[in-house]
Design a protein around this ligand. Structure first.
Ligand code: FAD
Ligand code: NAP
Length: 338
């Protein structure tokens, strides 16, 4: 994303910050909704055209319980049976408004009835993957498109990630706001930094590394950087490979450990690489390094913490919980997980 002149004056972000992006619903989807509910394109709500409203303000992909409750009251007995069957299977969790219109074509609402039943469109957060000190006019992101099959074996896409990856055209503007984070580089740049960021979790670490490369170029005493990165395949998922290799040559990245999970029969994850280098990792921590984790909260961040504790127990002769509490109190263990 290139920042416009007017935006530049107000945009000030630090490595570790995120950006909130407001996406739009697809025109075809909006058209189908208008057609089904016989809503006129000329209708206006709160000073906005109905098209603008349905494109930007309401979520057509994820439904509310209130909406589901309201449509059930309009269904025939047979349709209610089908509805309840899907309900019992939790299928509506992956249903969009279009799925419902297709499954139950008889449902009808006026625009005034429909809108309050829908979720409001919410912005999505993305970690900023570039440092303003290196790219003053740009804000770079790494966005993974969410895609899966729903209960009707229909391909479903994440609202914002699909919009950003497939629909946002070159030159088009997007509404956004910076979200300042507590996830930050140490104030003392001479400290060593260990970063664990598989998948999109690598984004803020690229910003960290760019910032530290700039500081190094300015002659500051910058500590060493160690990055653990992983994804499914080396081919196709090696984001920023050239940049990382250049930093290895420049000395900005003293350690780069990669874990491509599906390039061999058994899975290899970032925490396996941490184990392999447990002794050195402990010595970095013991000497004051900061430890950062970014990416998947459900599995990865939990497993990385377990591994970190195992390494502390094995090499540190200190209770892992005591050491982690100490790290946290010194702001030397930070996570940005989602
Ligand atoms: C601080 C922070 C930083 C982030 N940074 C990044 C980043 O740098 N890059 C990035 O790509 N993302 C990042 N994210 C995630 C991002 O904010 C969005 O959550 C993500 O892009 C999905 O949004 P979406 O609108 O595309 O999907 P949505 O339309 O919100 O759909 C996601 C929902 O779809 C459903 N779903 C997803 N997969 C399946 C499945 N297999 N089966 C059934 N249901 C499913 C789930 O209900 C899920 O909650 C970050 C999040 C946070 C909080
Ligand atoms: N809100 C959303 O819907 C949304 C949108 C985008 C991303 N996300 C979530 O954000 C997270 C990041 O997604 P992503 O695309 O960046 O990549 P990801 O799904 O986190 O995968 C990145 C790498 O991590 C590996 N991995 C899986 N489980 C792991 C574990 N327990 N420990 C360590 N590594 C593990 C994956 O391997 P394998 O896949 O081979 O197991 C893959 O090689 C995921 O949870 C993803 O579901 C959510």
């Amino acid at each position: 994303m290139v920042l416009s002149e007017s935006t530049l004056e107000t945009f000030d972000f630090r490595p570790g910050d995120s950006v909130a992006l407001w996406s739009k619903n697809n025109c075809l989807t909006v058209g189908k909704v208008l057609q089904h509910f016989a809503i006129s394109e000329n209708d206006a709500i709160g000073g906005k055209t109905i098209i603008e409203c349905l494109q930007k303000q309401y979520c057509l992909s994820h439904l509310t319980e209130t909406f589901l409750g309201a449509i059930r009251t309009q269904l025939t007995e047979n349709e209610c049976e089908i509805f309840d069957h899907y309900g019992e299977q939790n299928a509506f969790k992956t249903a969009s408004l279009l799925d419902i219109i297709e499954l139950f074509p008889s449902i009808k609402f006026s625009v005034e009835e429909l809108l309050p039943l829908l979720k409001k469109m919410k912005p999505r957060l993305y970690s900023i993957a570039s440092a303003q000190s290196m790219y003053p006019q740009q804000l770079q992101l790494i966005v993974a498109e969410v895609a899966y099959e729903n209960f009707r074996q229909r391909k479903r896409y994440g609202v914002a990630s699909h919009y950003i990856c497939n629909e946002l055209a070159l030159g088009e503007t997007i509404e956004c706001a910076i979200v300042h984070a507590k996830f930050k580089l140490p104030e003392d740049c001479s400290k060593n930094v260990i970063m664990v960021g598989p998948g999109t979790g690598v984004a803020p670490f690229r910003a960290f590394l760019q910032e530290r490369a700039v500081l190094r170029r300015q002659g500051k005493n910058v500590g060493e950087n160690w990055l653990f990165f992983g994804d499914q395949h080396r081919n196709g998922n090696s984001y920023y490979q050239k940049e990382f290799e250049q930093w290895q040559l420049d000395g900005n990245l003293s350690h780069l450990d990669l874990a491509f999970s599906r390039d061999q029969e058994h899975k290899i994850y970032v925490q396996d690489r941490m184990h392999e280098h447990g002794k050195e990792l402990w010595s970095w921590l013991e000497c004051g390094a900061c430890f950062y984790v970014c990416g998947d909260a459900t599995h990865m961040a939990v497993d990385v913490e377990t591994t970190l504790k195992e390494i502390i127990r094995q090499y540190g002769q200190i209770t892992p919980d005591t050491f982690l509490t100490q790290l946290k109190s010194e702001n030397r263990y930070q996570r940005d997980v989602y």
